[in-house]
Each structure stands twice: as C-alpha cells, then as structure tokens.
Design a protein around this ligand. Structure first.
Ligand SMILES: Cc1cc2nc3c(=O)[nH]c(=O)nc-3n(C[C@H](O)[C@H](O)[C@H](O)COP(=O)(O)OP(=O)(O)OC[C@H]3O[C@@H](n4cnc5c(N)ncnc54)[C@H](O)[C@@H]3O)c2cc1C
Length: 256
C-alpha cells in the first residue's frame, strides 16, 4: 500500500490550506436502508471542527477519479478515527465506494473542508434538510453547550433512516423526521410543512440548511418569510436531483 496521496490531492490540499492523507477504511457498516457508516483510520486533524467535512477521492465505473465530500459525523482524536455517514440509496461513485468499502482499503482524503460552523451566539439552532445533512447536524448539535436548544427537521426516504443521537444533558432537543413518501426528491413541500408546524422560539436563533439543491433554496426563502435574517441562516446545497456532483464534489448550482 502506498502511504503517499495522489499528486493531485497534494496540490489541491495545498491550494485549500488543508491536509491530504492516505487513510485506511477501519470499518464500513450499513446503519439503515440509505445510510452507511464508514470509519476512516488516519489523523483526527482531518475532521476539523463540527460542521466541517472531508473530501475523498473515489473511482468512477469508467476508471476515472472524482472527489466527493462528506461531513464528519464523529471523531476519535486518540485513535485518529473519523466517522462519516454516507447515503447509499442512489448510484454514484461515492455511494458505490461506501457500499463496497472494506477494512484496510486505502483512500485519499483531504480535510478539513467547509465554512459553515456553529453560531456560538445563538440561543437556539435549527437544523433542516435531508439525510445527507444528518452527520453534520448531529455533530454540530453535540457541540452545543447547555443551556441551548436544538431543533431538527429532516426529510427521510425510509423510516429506518430516522437515526438518532445522544446530546449534552441540559440541551433542549426537539425534532421531526418528515417521510418523503412518493414526493419527488427535489420537492421541498415536506420540509416546508415540517417548518410551518414549528413555532420558532423568540430569542436569537440560527438555521443550518444542508441537503438537496431545490429543497434548500425553497426553505431558505421560507425562513426569510418567517423573519430570520440572512446572517442567521447558513446553507449549503449538498447534491442536486438528476445531476451528478462535479468532479470536485460540488453540485451544479446553475439555473433553476
Ligand atoms: C460539503 C458537503 C458535505 C456533504 N456531506 C454529506 C454527508 O455527510 N453524507 C452524505 O451522504 N452526503 C453528503 N454530501 C453529499 C454528497 O457529496 C452527494 O450526495 C454526492 O453527490 C454523492 O456522490 P455520488 O458519487 O454518490 O453521486 P453522484 O455521482 O454525485 O450522483 C449520481 C446520481 O445520484 C443522485 N444523488 C446524489 N446524491 C444523492 C443523494 N444523497 N440522494 C439521492 N440521490 C442522490 C444525483 O442526482 C445523480 O443523479 C455532502 C456534500 C457536500 C458538498
């Protein structure tokens, strides 16, 4: 096994001010119908702070390589383990890699990446999106100091994907999983209904929106209508229905 990342990973990491490393898959476990947990053994500095992600280099079926980004769910600094929750209910190089990953497999990883982090000044935090956001939502919420409040509104494809987590004692936690049923994957109406059902607390809040491009766009507008200022909404489209992410891992954000 080579211990040196691919030249392109080293160059890219330098440009991004991040680290490129060859990690080994420590374990890969199917957690639910749509989510695989992959634990990477390498170096915990790749994981950065809650809200950060890593970029992994995976092969396509045509034999080329692309990068895919996955938020860090958990980190074990002592063992150098970084845990990812990867959605595998669709076909793409990233999801195939997660499904097939075996202990000992080498993988090029660049991290930490990402700009959205917890707003320490907020009294309550609203995490809203789909299953691709769960890892980040839970890691961020687990870093909230009590007293504080975390609200989750997450759309899922299958009831088994309603994975839960443990939080700091003294943290007020409210959440709903919205079942997508037969709605299209870019249909925001489920999340919008979930949001409409919540009375947002009166003090200062911050919303974090991660998930499918069209859903995130619609929910952003709805939060503005509910009175949240732009500076109190952090958002990132993670993927886009019907279009594969670009080779650097970002979804196409052009057009409607
Ligand atoms: C900063 C960042 C953090 C992210 N964190 C996570 C994370 O923690 N966990 C996670 O699972 N994903 C995460 N994503 C999203 C993930 O990178 C994308 O879903 C990516 O498209 C998956 O790559 P792929 O090779 O499997 O599919 P692609 O080759 O990109 O796409 C193939 C096909 O599958 C569809 N597709 C892609 N993703 C999904 C999906 N999730 N559900 C349904 N259809 C899909 C596409 O529309 C396309 O038609 C993150 C993305 C970003 C930018």
């Amino acid at each position: 096994m080579t211990n040196s990342p691919h030249d392109s990973s080293i160059t890219l990491a330098e440009r991004l001010g991040a680290t490129a490393l060859v990690c080994e898959v420590f374990s890969s476990t199917r957690l639910s119908t749509s989510i695989h947990e992959v634990v990477l053994a390498g170096n915990a500095t790749l994981a950065g702070v809650p809200g950060n992600d890593v970029m992994i280099r995976v092969a396509t079926t045509a034999g080329a390589f692309v990068r895919r980004r996955y938020s860090v769910r958990d980190v074990d600094a002592e063992r150098g383990h970084v845990t990812l929750w990867i959605t595998t209910g669709h076909d793409g190089p990233g999801s195939q890699w997660a499904r097939r990953a075996r202990p000992g497999d080498p993988v090029d990883v660049i991290g930490p990446r990402g700009k959205v982090v917890l707003n320490e000044r907020a009294d309550w935090h609203l995490f809203l999106g789909d299953t691709t956001g769960l890892a980040s939502f839970y890691r961020m919420a687990q870093s909230i100091e009590a007293p504080g409040r975390a609200i989750f509104i997450v759309e899922i494809d299958h009831s088994g994907d309603a994975l839960t987590a443990d939080f700091n004692e003294g943290l007020g936690v409210t959440g709903i999983f919205v079942d997508r049923q037969d709605r299209a994957k870019d249909d925001p109406s489920g999340l919008l209904r979930g949001l409409a059902a919540f009375a947002l607390p009166p003090d200062r809040g911050h919303a974090y929106l991660f998930g499918e491009f069209h859903r995130i766009k619609a929910v952003r507008v709805a939060l503005g209508d509910r009175g949240l200022a732009d500076e109190d909404v952090s958002f990132k489209a993670y993927w886009r229905t019907g279009r594969e992410n670009a080779d650097h891992g970002e979804p196409d954000k052009s057009g409607d």
